[in-house]
Design a protein around this ligand. Structure first.
Ligand code: GLU
Length: 493
């Protein structure tokens, strides 16, 4: 059996778009599943639109997602990898030219001297007659003498489109049949020797021994031309799979300008690559197991079969992504979560340096269940790093501006002062005992205490956070809150 070789062939004219990431992911998962090779080829022939910063942003996007290529161009310190290079299309121009000239010699391509004006006139004539137009060049049957007579006059090389029909057997779209009459004798090489996309992509796929061309369905209309070229060039025909694009939440094409179109926006917003991968895989693949959506990477590779790829475009569903992100955060080992949170805390300006590794691990542990995204750590745990400068107004009304609030906090203060040990268990047990001895509910003490210690009404478990905050800080914040309540300083800022 031939080994699967599939590829992503992005044009680096912008950041890594979520749609390109989807195509890369489907290729990559397919390669992992079949123990094949996943190849990155940069289609950077458009010098005007290619920019090294985009090349970098794109590769960085793949790296962040964890979509590692087995073969591909040099990137940063990493050397080019693979036996079928170069992996940048701009460095393969000589191969495109060589193959175009081979077609010329073999007669499946020809030199065409038809001027732009002549071609436009023919098109116009067809338009007036309301006829469909596919260019059959008068030069396709020119004799070698007629060609020689033209000397060095500028010309293009065109493909001699054969008669008949071309079928694309697409793994997702089914059989797509095209009458070759509808296709121009298309250009493959420009007068300056630059290859046209169709030639470059087929020569590269052919010489790189690509077995599966998995790409966006915007290329479906190109596939018939590609099949003709594969056949003419004598390369093994790969299998094709044209996948639907990613639509935004309104059902429109995901615009480059929208936040989230750039894969790295999600990194910036605190999403896990594991969650994004899981989510994007569901945009065009239906798991065999009904109603299952959550997959770790190994599970995804295991379950990801091509027969369950779909042809209808899926809308982006932010709620589902958010849910998956939360789930993947819960699945991270706590040390791993800690390591991912630390840079975010640092970016927020919090003094992480003065905290021990054990302290930071415990912080990750007590926040583990509460984080929708990594970035929420700032909001959830900011009070560990700075004094409270604001109590939530609504919570103040509910828990501070009520009869007995100061007394409740004073009771907690006393309990804390006398706690046998400064651990969550000991603190919890002593506050429980105190509430019970007074015949009061635990809530009467817990809610104002949380507000006093954190400034908020929700957050990590109260006794866990108190342990981590430390005795001195807890006592001082309780005293401050009592003073504020007694002085009726509302709202407290
Ligand atoms: N460079 C093309 C694009 O970015 C991809 C061509 C292909 O996958 O065949 O759309």
């Amino acid at each position: 059996m031939t080994t699967v070789r599939c590829r992503i062939a992005p044009s680096p004219s912008g950041f890594l778009h979520i749609g390109t990431a989807k195509m890369a992911l489907f290729n990559w998962l397919f390669a992992r599943k079949t123990l094949g090779a996943f190849i990155l080829r940069l289609e950077d022939t458009d010098a005007e639109r290619t920019d090294e910063t985009f090349v970098h942003a794109m590769c960085e996007g793949f790296k962040w997602l964890g979509i590692h290529w087995d073969e591909g161009p040099r990137f940063g310190d990493e050397p080019e990898r693979g036996a079928f290079g170069p992996y940048r299309q701009s460095e393969r121009r000589h191969l495109h030219q060589q193959e175009a000239h081979r077609l010329l010699v073999e007669g499946t391509a020809f030199k065409c001297f038809t001027s732009k004006e002549e071609l436009e006139a023919l098109r116009e004539e067809a338009r007036v007659k309301k006829q469909t137009f596919a260019f059959r060049s008068p030069w396709r049957e020119a004799s070698p003498e007629q060609i020689a007579e033209m000397g060095d006059a500028p010309c293009v090389i065109r493909f001699r489109v054969p008669e008949g029909f071309t079928e694309v057997h697409d793994l997702v779209q089914g059989v797509v049949r095209t009458n070759n009459k509808e296709i121009d004798d298309f250009v493959i090489l420009r007068p300056n020797g630059d290859p046209i996309f169709h030639l470059a992509v087929v020569v590269d796929d052919g010489l790189m021994k690509i077995t599966h061309v998995i790409r966006g369905d915007d290329h479906l209309t190109n596939a018939a031309r590609h099949v003709m070229l594969f056949n003419a060039l004598g390369y093994d025909l790969p299998k094709f799979a044209h996948l639907p694009m990613v639509l935004d939440e309104k059902g429109k094409k995901y615009s480059k300008r929208d936040r989230g179109a750039n894969v790295l926006d999600w990194r910036e917003d605190g999403y896990l690559p594991e969650a994004l991968i899981n989510y994007v895989a569901l945009l065009g693949w239906t798991p065999a197991e009904e109603n299952r959506e959550l997959f770790t990477l190994p599970e995804l590779i295991e379950a990801f079969t091509i027969d369950r790829w779909g042809k209808s475009a899926a809308r982006f569903d932010r709620k589902k992504l958010d849910w998956l992100n939360g789930q993947h955060i819960r699945r991270l080992p706590v040390e791993e979560l800690r390591d991912r949170l630390v840079p975010i805390l640092q970016r927020s300006g919090f003094d992480v340096q003065s905290k021990s590794e054990a302290w930071l691990t415990r912080l990750a542990e007590i926040c583990h269940e509460k984080l929708p995204t990594l970035n929420h750590i700032g909001e959830l745990a900011g009070f560990f790093f700075h004094d409270i400068d604001h109590y939530e107004e609504k919570a103040v009304k509910k828990h501070f501006q009520v009869e007995g609030a100061a007394d409740a906090l004073a009771a907690v203060l006393q309990t804390f002062e006398q706690a046998e040990a400064w651990t969550a268990e000991a603190l919890g047990a002593s506050v429980h005992r105190m509430a019970e001895s007074k015949g009061e509910s635990l809530g009467k003490y817990v809610h104002p205490t949380r507000l006093a210690l954190t400034g908020k009404s929700v957050g990590p478990g109260l006794f866990e956070l108190a342990e981590l905050l430390g005795k001195e800080t807890c006592l001082s914040r309780l005293k401050t809150a009592i003073t504020h309540i007694k002085a009726k300083l509302w709202p407290v800022t």
